[in-house]
Write a protein that binds this ligand. Sequence first.
Ligand code: ZN
Length: 125
Amino acid sequence: MRCKICNKTFFVQRKLKDLLENQRYFICDDCYKKYKIDLEFNVIPLDDFDLIILSLFKEAYKFKGDPFIIEYSNLFNYAITHYKDEIIICEKNIYIDDKKLELFNNISKISKTSLVLICNVYVLK
Ligand SMILES: [Zn+2]
């Protein structure tokens, strides 16, 4: 397989019991070590509800495409099973300033629910 970040060819060792399973690998071990996933859970209180932020990284990396799509989709699956009544917003990298906080606040007031933001990384301004 070819790594989606460094473009290096890599091999995945599989065992007999998972040999027939369809598994996808996009990132080599070196890139996994270099770009460490650091799951973070944060809550920003809005006027009546909360903005719940689930992020994969603490710092912003510039990737071509989205090599961490499997991890991102796992985070999304977690969110849709644990936050069934909340609105889920997906963003790759997001800068949260006062205008965006006001927007999230208005969305939560209109929908009368908390918001869940799934992102690679977020930065508060
Ligand atoms: Zn790589």
